[in-house]
Write a protein that binds this ligand. Structure first.
Ligand SMILES: Cc1ncc(COP(=O)(O)O)c(C=O)c1O
Length: 387
């Protein structure tokens, strides 16, 4: 049996190789410190787990969910945006419930674009954006994110042709992989460009809950007029350590939300209602667990960056997300350096080129092991005397 061309054309999963290499090293009995992945290490807060346990016991939740999600969860998403960002959202027309935001990001090009339409994507960027490009058979151009621009795209370098042709743009701040954040002025500039050039904007706010040094990440929807041209995707995976639960939502422009809902009417019945009930509790109740989580990541970030400086590695501290974006020493490619760290120091990091051409020269380190392991990882790297 032959696979479809659509399947054959899907981009290779770059990080599958890393997972395999790390797996092999562990099988050999080596004590690998794995900083390569993006899987939150902390458990889901107890009150959310308890809410799921209770909701799972309710027979009403054993039926099909309403197609487009429960009213309570949609209201909770709208209330969350009002409380956290002072953004008004209509729960009926401006919220779409998602099985995690990965699915929303992949299905949106299918819902909004025709063959060979143009998408604009950040480089480096979350690799799964390319899955949506490939499944929808659209073209994409990249917007380089470089240090000199604080890892924000420089819209003045877009050509007239790109601006005319592009239908959809993805952005992501706090940023995976660079750890950079965006401010309101940048999002206002984005809205101006989107309106002038008729480009729909998707802001992937996966790390919206995680900002450091007292900085609360700005929502794209806080920019004036943002809802006229775009949506934001919010996941509970990171803010509440619920990556395995597969729950998130999109909010904003009613037409884009309707497009997501229509495609989902054909692909899914919505999430297990008990998961939606527990997600409602996560959004509505005390956010103390989020504050504690951010403090934990900030302590880990400080431990990592201080240790790097101690071994003479000239790195900058991320301002949000749970990733640090570290430059590789001269004379190494990202992949050579990450292979060296795995083979000689038993430390796994993600090679930057896996996130795009402009990721070359960097490795991504996750703050997803405790402080002592982070320090130990940097000490092992220090022993290689590369800096
Ligand atoms: C930038 C970014 N966007 C989206 C996602 C998808 O998150 P989920 O599908 O768990 O909501 C991730 C997960 O790692 C991510 O890093």
């Amino acid at each position: 049996m032959e696979f479809s061309n659509r399947l054959k054309n899907l981009p290779p999963q770059f990080f599958a190789t890393l997972v395999k290499k790390v797996g092999n090293a562990v099988l050999e009995g080596r004590d690998v410190i794995n900083l390569g992945q993006g899987n939150p290490d902390q458990p889901t807060p107890n009150h959310i787990v308890q809410a799921l346990q209770e909701a799972a016991a309710n027979p009403l939740n054993h039926k099909y969910s309403p197609f487009r999600g429960t009213g309570d969860f949609k209201k909770a998403a709208a209330n969350f945006y009002k409380r956290e960002y002072d953004v008004d959202i209509d729960p009926e027309t401006e919220v779409a419930i998602l099985f995690g935001t990965k699915i929303g990001l992949v299905e949106l090009p299918l819902a909004l674009m025709n063959d060979n339409d143009l998408m604009l994507l950040p480089d480096p960027g979350y690799p799964d954006y390319l899955s949506g490009v490939s499944l929808a058979n659209v073209e994409f151009n990249t917007m380089p994110l470089i240090k000199e621009n604080d890892f924000l795209p420089d819209y003045s370098s877009l050509t007239e042709e790109q601006k005319q042709k592009a239908k959809l743009m993805y952005l992501n701040y706090p940023n995976n992989p660079t750890g950079a954040i965006a401010n309101k002025e940048f999002f206002e500039e984005t809205v101006r460009l989107a309106k002038e050039s008729d480009i729909a904007i998707v802001h992937d706010f996966a790390y919206g809950g995680i900002g450091f040094d007292g900085l609360k990440p700005v929502s794209f929807l806080q920019a004036d007029g943002a809802k006229e041209i775009g949506i934001e995707m919010y996941t509970l995976s990171k803010t509440y350590n619920m990556a395995g639960w597969r729950v998130g939502f999109a909010v904003g422009n009613a037409k884009m939300i309707e497009a997501i809902n229509i495609i989902q009417d054909h692909l899914f019945v919505s999430l297990f209602p008990a998961v939606q009930d527990a997600a409602t509790v996560a959004l509505n109740e005390s956010q103390q667990c989020v504050r504690e989580l951010v403090e934990l990541y900030e302590r880990r970030r400080n431990a990592l960056i201080e240790s790097c400086h101690q071994i003479g590695w000239n790195v900058s501290a991320p301002k949000g997300s749970f990733f640090a974006w570290l430059p590789v020493p001269a004379n190494y490619t990202s992949e050579e350096f990450s292979d060296l760290l795995l083979n000689e120091a038993d430390v796994a990091v993600a090679a930057g080129n896996g996130f795009g051409e402009y990721g070359e020269g960097y490795v991504r380190v996750g703050l997803l092991v405790d402080e002592d392991r982070l320090k130990e990882a940097v000490m092992r790297i220090g022993n290689l005397n590369l800096f």
